[in-house]
Design a binder for this molecule. Structure first.
Ligand SMILES: [Zn+2]
Length: 349
């Protein structure tokens, strides 16, 4: 949630987050009617705020009928990203009873070359239109996993942009995949953006999270699909608690703390409400819940988070702590993770 230095702990709880501007996309409120969820965009650090120098990582997003790519006029390299969401009845299910709005597509742009990557672009026509309007050249699709609300636009975008490369996990059978990736594979975008593929299995067996860094020292970003949500995690559709522990607590939990977390869905309020049942005394959870409720009330997104915030507030990432294990009567991190997941699956908050 931070822009550059100074606000990287996010702006919940204490009103910090200098320069952070949060925008709402696409009405943004599906989730208010369909449980938690809705289209979410994060917007920060664009425009004139970037005059301090090139290479800051910026994240921005669109409002309806507005410029998705921010029109920042920036120089140098940067990362532009957008996290979106789909309304669902249940926090982390594959399908819910909610009204679907499969609008998504995190965007990463190398501003020096105007080359762009999109994450899980389910609405290719919209992505393409905005890319054209802004003179951005779509080069890569980064698919987190095979579920249709993430990969369902791939064939279409390939049809519209035949030269585009579509990346997906090597064992995930991603629609339209042209380039299978494994854990540790490195991609580049333009001349200034590096993308590291992290295998984060469990929600699906080939789920990939994409860790994005600019070359000039910006805070990185990670696109976590349905593995890590703000204060939650995806359901274990194709994996075990051991795998989710590795994905969440080892792989993603080892990323630099300021790393901005862009997840696939806006479930933050529900997740924090559940988190508070696991750790009723965790002040960071209650603070962030109040902050998130306020954001959603005013139609603003809660994405992105940071790895640091997740380590403080996400019960699934806190299972290494003996006091969290104790709360759920478990004696190991993996057992605690399994137990918390089961409780969440049965929770009717
Ligand atoms: Zn999924």
């Amino acid at each position: 949630m931070a822009t550059g230095k100074g606000g990287r702990r996010g702006n919940w709880g204490n009103g910090r987050g200098r320069g952070a501007r949060l925008g709402v996309g696409e009405g943004g409120l599906d989730g208010e009617r369909a449980g938690e969820g809705g289209t979410v965009t994060g917007e920060m650090g664009g425009g004139g705020r970037r005059s301090e120098g090139s290479g800051r990582v910026v994240v921005w997003a669109r409002r309806r009928r507005r410029n998705w790519f921010g029109g920042s006029g920036a120089t140098g390299h940067g990362v532009a990203a957008r996290a979106t969401s789909v309304g669902m009845e249940d926090g982390d299910g594959l399908r819910g009873k909610g009204r679907w709005r499969p609008v998504r597509g995190g965007r990463i742009i190398d501003e020096a070359t105007k080359e762009a990557a999109v994450v899980d672009p389910v609405e290719p026509h919209k992505i393409l239109r905005v890319a054209q309007e802004n003179g951005v050249d779509l080069k890569l699709v980064l698919t987190t996993h095979h579920h249709w609300d993430h990969a369902g636009g791939n064939d279409k975008i390939k049809q519209l942009v035949p030269e585009i490369k579509i990346f997906g996990g090597s064992v995930d059978n991603v629609q339209g995949c042209t380039n299978k990736v494994e854990n540790g594979d490195k991609l580049s975008l333009g001349t200034g953006i590096d993308i590291l593929c992290l295998h984060t299995p469990c929600h699906t067996k080939g789920h990939i999270s994409y860790y994005v860094t600019g070359k000039e020292g910006d805070d990185p970003a990670v696109f976590t699909g349905d593995t890590l949500f703000v204060a939650g995690c995806g359901k274990f559709f194709e994996g075990t608690a051991e795998q989710m522990y590795q994905s969440l607590c080892v792989t993603l939990g080892s990323l630099p703390k300021p790393t901005r977390v862009y997840c696939g869905h806006e479930y933050t309020v529900k997740n924090l409400q559940f988190a508070s049942t696991v750790e009723p005394d965790n002040v960071r959870i209650s603070q962030k819940l109040s902050w998130a409720e306020q954001k959603r009330h005013t139609g603003l997104p809660t994405v992105p988070s940071t790895i640091e915030e997740e380590l403080e507030t996400n019960p699934f990432m806190r299972v290494d702590l003996p006091e969290v294990q104790e709360k759920v009567s478990c004696k190991s991190p993996v057992d605690a993770l399994r137990e918390i997941r089961q409780r969440k699956d049965n929770w009717r908050g």
